[in-house]
Design a protein around this ligand. Structure first.
Ligand SMILES: [Zn+2]
Length: 189
């Protein structure tokens, strides 16, 4: 069931607000396609802070691991990142499916450089994908009516409990297996 209670505009707005607060800058000046690391100057600690803010606003759990680390865990060591710490051809294909055609994402890039491809738009996508998984019915009381007072946090129309979504790591794992079943990117790699 898709989530009709939270708009994409609201998600974008909250991503900008989280970045602005964490990086002490103006939300209006943040372009959605900027590299959060290279253009906005965020560190990995900043990412924890940004994610934490978004998790609180929307009542979700974002992925704690990067896509390629999940591939290594799910499909086997060396499948996504080779011995020289470079991205494999199969992993580059997967990244392109995941991120869209972003310049610079290619086989042989250093695994460390992948984090620099994260933009406000890809963070908003990650939030959006989790919110799409609003369950049909409330697991606590069985009511199938959700509501949101603030347009961000969704609660049950029956018992009033917060909606519970699958977490970002779980969804990433599912997505990797779905793509692999269809495309067999890593089967021969
Ligand atoms: Zn309920």
């Amino acid at each position: 069931m898709s989530n009709t209670h939270v708009t994409r505009e609201r998600i974008d707005q909250e991503v900008r607000a989280a970045l602005a607060t964490t990086l002490r800058t103006e939300a209006d000046g943040i372009g959605m396609d900027k590299s959060i690391i290279n253009d906005l100057g965020a560190t990995s600690i900043d990412f924890l802070d940004i994610n934490f803010r978004l998790e609180n606003v929307f009542g979700i759990q974002l992925a704690t691991q990067l896509l390629l680390d999940h591939v290594e865990e799910e499909l086997g060591e060396g499948k996504a990142i080779d011995r020289d710490n470079k991205v494999t051809a199969a992993a580059a294909e997967l990244l392109k499916i995941h991120l869209g055609d972003i310049p610079g994402v290619e086989a042989g890039m250093y695994a460390d450089e992948v984090a620099a491809t994260v933009t406000p738009a890809t963070v908003a996508d990650a939030v959006d994908k989790i919110l799409e998984h609003l369950p049909e019915a409330c697991p606590a009381c069985g009511a199938s009516e959700w509501k949101s007072e603030d347009g961000a946090k969704v609660v049950c129309g029956g018992c009033g409990k917060d909606a519970v979504y699958p977490d970002g790591d779980e969804l990433t794992k599912r997505w990797i297996h779905d793509v692999e079943r269809e495309k067999q990117l890593f089967a021969s790699a």
